[in-house]
Design a protein around this ligand. Sequence first.
Ligand SMILES: Cc1cc2nc3c(=O)[nH]c(=O)nc-3n(C[C@H](O)[C@H](O)[C@H](O)COP(=O)(O)OP(=O)(O)OC[C@H]3O[C@@H](n4cnc5c(N)ncnc54)[C@H](O)[C@@H]3O)c2cc1C
Length: 399
Amino acid sequence: MQRVVVLGGGVGGTLSANLVARKLKKEIAAGEASVTVVDATGAHAYQPGYMYIAMGNEKPEKLVRPERSLLDGNVQLVVDTITGIDTAAQVVALGDGTQMPYDQLVIALGSRILPEAMDNFEAEAHHFYSPDAAARLRKALDGFTGGKIVIGIAGIPYKCPPAPLEVAFLVESELRERGIRDKTEMVFLSPINRAFTIESVSEMATPIFEEKGIRLELLAGVSEIDAERKVVITDAFEEHPYDLLICVPPHKGAQVVIDAGIAPKSGWIPTDRHTLQVKTVAKPAPGTPDEAVPRYPNVYALGDATDLPLSKAGSTAHFEAPIVAERVAAAVQGREPEGKEASYTGKVMCFFEVGDGKGTLLQFDYDHPPKPPKPNQLWHLGKIIFNKTYWQTVPKGRV
Ligand SMILES: Cc1cc2nc3c(=O)[nH]c(=O)nc-3n(C[C@H](O)[C@H](O)[C@H](O)COP(=O)(O)OP(=O)(O)OC[C@H]3O[C@@H](n4cnc5c(N)ncnc54)[C@H](O)[C@@H]3O)c2cc1C
């Protein structure tokens, strides 16, 4: 019996478990293989919808479904917290004391937001990275009648890199519609030396900041919040007073992978960019080529959990899952991984809202940077339709 254990029932875990179960149908029926997802909540959240709660267009209860309803009948689900991973003994420890052995392990534990990691963040900053926080931001926007809005980012990397830019553009459109734009000053604090990490996207977004009259400050990562003076202090020690502060909270990978020695303190798991196998954390001798860093032959990571230099996006997990599934199924079946699914190309595809009912599309891979089309209504509609059809498509492996 070959036991495939998938940690995390988000986009990456659910989709890869479903795809592995499909590939191992015969082996599962013959009792030669099993596929099990372990998730702490047993509920699957569609996180991109949180931004729309903040914008007043979505309800929190529409963004969560039972994980069981999204899994193939051949996938078992265990609802419990993962408390330990022992790669030497090939065992995962669960909150109830169960020791779960595995032959193939897939780690899809996502990322954590840590608003508590920055003093005054929870009391002063609004964000949209949880349903509750997004609902509170909505209330704050409803009560806003003019003043200074600062939008910032408290640490890289964070989930969905375009999201704070999208929120800036959407809030600006809303304020214009509400007739209070001229009473509002808007500032966007970018932590790097341009509007967005990828140059071509930055070139698309920078004129939009200009057109919308949102001041763009560069090299301005949020490092401190002075609650008394209502001022944000940046990495470059610049101060920005605010009436309403919207800030992406600090992020880290799952604590359990740090504790297990699979990831460094950041929690991002060292991962092979093509095979998605997990690399050992121990620092190789200087000059060691990346290919020579040992990989665990039977441990994979995908989605937000990895250290790959790609967007932490559901889309990334979506395009990584077929590679993980093919490699895991091949190992179980005792064959070499085959075809296009043998190696990840770095493919990511994300919609990007720019306000006023318009959007664009970021499509790229390791070798091809995005060439975002001129924003139009079609891409905005594309995002809305994608959001509505998500439950029937992505986690079930239908697109
Ligand atoms: C506001 C916002 C907007 C976004 N917009 C977009 C977008 O437009 N496009 C896009 O592609 N992406 C977007 N994303 C990002 C996307 O939601 C994430 O990148 C995606 O969910 C990552 O998938 P994942 O499977 O890696 O992790 P997740 O979906 O976060 O799943 C991780 C799972 O692991 C479980 N887990 C964690 N720790 C444990 C533990 N110790 N024990 C048991 N279970 C555990 C959790 O319960 C969870 O179910 C957005 C995110 C946010 C917050």
